[in-house]
Design a protein. Structure first.
Length: 110
């Protein structure tokens, strides 16, 4: 079984198999905490400070985010009742009647 090799996330230029092992002797390990951060959910995830919010939101190991998305997906939208359009029509008719009454009153005063 061959493991996957990748370049150091701290941009030292070396290939590594394990981030956690490599960080111990990486020449750029002093940049960790200044320019680069480790994910609070998975310490093998190392990223620049500038994308911290994006990574935290989209991290596969962020269980809180997964739980929140599941709750949001379970929410059923509120659907209007079938007779709501008839109610609005009646309400508009009443509004028109009130405007006509007010308009007639103003004409009577002149």
């Amino acid at each position: 079984m061959s493991e996957r090799q990748f370049y150091c996330p701290l941009d030292c230029g070396l290939r590594c198999y394990s981030v956690l092992r490599h960080i111990n002797f990486c020449k750029n390990k002093s940049l960790l905490g200044k320019i680069y951060l480790q994910c609070p959910y998975n310490p093998e995830h190392i990223f620049k400070k500038s994308i911290m919010n994006i990574h935290i939101h989209e991290c596969d190991d962020n269980q809180q985010e997964k739980d929140f998305e599941e709750k949001v997906n379970k929410i059923q939208p509120i659907r209007p009742k079938k007779n709501i359009s008839n109610y609005n029509d009646k309400e508009n008719e009443n509004f028109d009647d009130i405007q006509n009454e007010n308009g007639n009153e103003k004409e009577d005063e002149n």
